[in-house]
Write a protein that binds this ligand. Structure first.
Ligand SMILES: [Zn+2]
Length: 70
């Protein structure tokens, strides 16, 4: 099991463009949240809830995929 995902959490704001540094979380991402016209937002468990409410263009109802280990 050497699958080691380097993806880090981008939550809770899922910064893109001008707001690209809206995140300072450095935990590994465990979930991927689908967004309109944007790449999926990768977040850690702590930021999953906040990102659904605060990141821009999150689908509603949310579409969440598990991409890492809990
Ligand atoms: Zn996080």
């Amino acid at each position: 099991m050497s699958v080691h995902r380097a993806a880090l959490c981008r939550g809770p704001y899922g910064g893109e463009g001008d707001q690209a540094d809206g995140t300072d979380c450095s935990d590994p991402a465990v979930f991927e949240v689908a967004r309109h016209d944007l790449p999926p937002l990768r977040v850690c468990p702590v930021h999953l809830g906040p990102s659904l409410l605060m990141a821009s263009r999150v689908l509603w109802p949310p579409e969440i995929r598990l991409i890492g280990r809990l």
